[in-house]
Design a protein around this ligand. Structure first.
Ligand SMILES: [Zn+2]
Ligand SMILES: [Zn+2]
Length: 283
């Protein structure tokens, strides 16, 4: 049985441990596959992205680990690539110079349409005070407007970019419990998220069940929510489980909760990255 994560950070971006420590840690846990995914916004970078001058070092190191530990664990080279319209996008063409095995596409930045430079953007998973200020400046404090913009951004990314895995699909929920931004059960919210789920189903992309918020103590739940996971299951969207680990200790954090969520949603298989692409394996 495959035991995998296709979302892991290292000390070359905002993680704590080296790529080699992450690979060895995963092997020691009995994992069969690890895909490393440096935060990337090529050709630019913020303080939490892989610096532009470190791309070659990252790629060379992951390729070296792939060879050195081939008999213990399957290592894949990936990027968690940001969607930032006009600046960067998670597309094969953009990352072709680095020949990645796969790309995770993520929306972290949010800004109101047409006002990107005036008032934004801000990172929806940033510190709570940054998110609160960004919401006020960009969306007049309206959680509904912010969530609608978030789902619009994810849909646009899914429909216009050729990446593999949709990262932390409903990340905008991260501070919802503390900030009380929107009602996840509201008709408008479910319509936005469902429309995005249908786009994903049409695109053939994989969605990760991401346990990272639990490991880091930022939200006591998985991405996506149980409700959204059941929508994805009905649409037949391929699912993989990832920890979004930023240290060795987070590599398999809350995997028991992920498995329980898959069972509750009626999902009987998870996807892993073989030589021939993403394939499902029964749980
Ligand atoms: Zn992310
Ligand atoms: Zn991540």
């Amino acid at each position: 049985m495959r035991l995998a994560t296709y979302h892991a950070h290292t000390d070359l971006c905002d993680g704590k441990d080296s790529a080699e420590a992450m690979v060895l840690g995963a092997a020691e846990l009995g994992m069969t596959d690890i895909g490393l995914t440096a935060h990337a916004m090529y050709p630019v970078a913020s303080e939490w992205h892989l610096p532009i001058q470190k791309y070659d070092e990252y790629v060379d190191e992951v390729r070296r680990l792939k060879t050195v530990y081939a008999d213990r664990i399957r290592v894949s080279l990936g990027f968690e690539a940001d969607w930032f319209p006009g600046l960067s996008a998670p597309t094969r063409a953009r990352y072709a110079p680095f020949s990645p095995d796969f790309l995770v596409g993520s929306v972290h930045y949010l800004a109101p349409a047409g006002r990107r430079e005036a008032t934004g953007p801000f990172s929806v998973d940033g510190p709570i005070d940054v998110v609160a200020r960004g919401l006020e400046e960009c969306f007049g404090g309206s959680g509904r407007r912010a969530a609608t913009a978030y789902w619009g951004a994810v849909r646009e990314m899914v429909e216009s970019c050729d990446f593999d895995v949709v990262g932390h699909l409903d990340l905008a929920r991260k501070h919802n419990a503390q900030l009380g931004l929107f009602d996840e059960g509201a008709r408008w919210y479910r319509a936005e998220a469902s429309a995005c789920a249908r786009s994903i189903a049409r695109s053939g992309k994989v969605v990760e069940v991401n346990t990272g918020a639990i490991a880091r103590g930022t939200m006591d739940d998985l991405y996506p929510s149980g409700w959204l996971l059941s929508v994805l299951a009905r649409l037949g969207v391929p699912i993989t489980v990832s920890s979004d680990a930023h240290s060795v200790s987070g590599l398999m954090a809350a995997y028991d909760r992920a498995r329980a969520a898959l069972a509750a949603a009626g999902i009987g298989e998870t996807y892993w990255l073989s030589e021939k692409g993403w394939v499902g394996e029964p749980l």
